[in-house]
Design a protein around this ligand. Structure first.
Ligand code: URP
Ligand code: ZN
Ligand code: ZN
Length: 461
């Protein structure tokens, strides 16, 4: 059965246009100024979208659902995390596969795809590379063929075994360039962090110390290192969760020299500040990199408007307050906050409603750009006929506040408690199926498909 969405304001990458959109099974079939249901197959469901914006389904390009297991795992598995995301208008998420010792890169990602089988929306993966094997070239060939278009490197987390030795970058970067595999980087200078930490041996450091222990300078150093390598090996890089003005300035300098650096930031670096860490429940605001200053928020928001930031994603990594708050040393508190559900409503309410960005920019940051950069376009991130009917109906006539009581993450809290909401997704459609309507989840465990990534748009020609 088809769906006709009537009278909506369709948000394209370069314009907003009023019109009707018809979905035939899993695909967008046509867009016209006006369609009469009588001219469509009988049984077509008509959805009145008067006054609503119609976006291509949002993409959360940075999630950690189902990370770890049991006591030590995240509160949200793939089912819970992706369902919360669906409430937030997200129809595709991109999670991470750790590199598993003794396995090839493809074997590691296949394992992660299996773990994600309960997802209720579509998904893609970035593959972590923490050490390199002698047959890396073949592994990367295989990885790309199996539909993974991006690798993830860490310049920190030595203690967790994720840190990739910079000497190995000289091997990995050219191989990725030649295969059009996008290199994504968590940028924090581990040496500087370790150096600062040595000042506080054995002590118990409260959450408010967290920002000081992992300063913006550490992010800046690592961004410079990433940019220099991008220049040296003539390959684009993508910095995940950029948090600070100083690192943004480093990106600007590199770009000025012709280096291709793509940047993602997250809602928490746009709208939260490190003073949250001083609260009694400061532990729930621990994530890496840590929260920064108001001036950093402001610089990043300006950079959204100027087009210097390419993607907003959440880094959704959920732990319950009980789990986080019982640990007294901030270095041992499990890092990460939930956020997929809040992302679009928050961006609209805290940034688009006041005109800091327009709705076209919002659609590009949340859907078109991540789809292009991660090789999912035009299947995802587009309203063009023939593409997947992943669609969000978005109302801008809301007057409410974020509340932990109404959030769907199993973490049971929102980091944006009390923030005003003036716009929300009111209907989410995944490949032609309405999965969120009237505040109810109508999808099923396992409805989400693994989507094979093609070439990233960041590789020219
Ligand atoms: O605190 C965070 N961000 N946790 C998830 C891991 C990461 O670095 O993205
Ligand atoms: Zn990270
Ligand atoms: Zn992350």
């Amino acid at each position: 059965m088809g769906i006709l969405i009537q009278n909506g304001k369709l948000v394209f990458p370069d314009r907003i246009k009023k019109g009707d959109l018809y979905i035939d099974r899993e695909k967008i079939s046509k867009i016209e100024e006006s369609m009469d249901p009588k001219d469509l197959p009988s049984g077509t469901e008509v959805v009145d979208a008067s006054g609503l914006y119609i976006f291509p389904g949002f993409i959360d390009a940075h999630t950690h659902y189902g990370l770890g297991e049991g006591e030590t795992g995240t509160a949200d598995g793939f089912f819970e995390g992706s369902r919360a995301a669906a409430f937030g208008g997200i129809t595709t998420f991109i999670d991470f596969a750790d590199q598993i010792s003794g396995m090839t890169l493809t074997e590691s990602s296949v394992l992660r795809i299996k773990e994600a089988e309960d997802a209720v929306i579509d998904f893609s993966l970035h593959q972590g590379v923490y050490h390199i094997h002698r047959n890396l070239a073949l592994e990367l060939d295989d990885l790309k063929t199996s539909g993974i278009g991006a690798v993830k490197l860490f310049t920190t987390y030595k203690e967790y075994g994720c840190y990739l030795n910079p000497a190995d970058w000289s091997v990995l970067f050219p191989l990725c360039r030649n295969r059009r595999i996008l290199i994504t980087i968590h940028a924090e200078d581990d040496d500087l962090i370790k150096h600062i930490n040595r000042k506080y041996p054995g002590s118990i450091l409260p959450p408010k110390m967290h920002a000081l222990l992992r300063p913006a300078a550490a992010e800046k150093n690592a961004v410079i290192k990433a940019g220099e390598s991008a220049a040296l090996y003539d390959v684009p890089v993508y910095i995940v969760h950029l948090s600070s003005e100083t690192a943004l300035d480093a990106v600007r300098k590199m770009r000025g020299k012709g280096v291709r650096i793509f940047v993602e930031t997250t809602p928490h670096y746009l709208f939260l500040t490190a003073d949250k860490l001083e609260r009694e429940d400061g532990a729930r605001f621990i994530m890496t990199p840590p929260l920064r200053k108001k001036s950093d928020n402001e610089a990043l928001i300006k950079a959204l408007a100027s087009g210097e930031i390419d993607v907003i994603a959440t880094d959704h990594c959920s732990y319950t307050p009980e789990r986080k708050e019982k640990i007294r040393d901030c270095r041992k508190i499990p890092a990460g906050i939930p956020g997929s559900e809040e992302m679009a409503a928050l961006l609209y309410s805290s940034c688009a409603a006041d005109g800091s960005i327009d709705l076209i920019r919002m659609g590009n940051l949340l859907s078109v750009n991540p789809a292009r950069i991660f090789g999912l376009y035009p299947g995802k991130g587009s309203l063009e006929p023939g593409t997947d009917a992943d669609i969000v109906l978005f109302s801008t006539k809301i007057n409410s506040n974020f509340s932990s009581d109404s959030i769907h993450s199993k973490a049971g809290y929102t980091a944006y408690e009390g923030f005003p909401i003036s716009g929300v997704p009111v209907m989410t459609i995944l490949r032609g199926k309405i999965i969120i309507r009237d505040g109810k989840f109508l999808g099923n465990k396992g409805d989400g498909h693994f989507i094979k990534a093609g070439d990233s748009s960041v590789f020219p020609g």
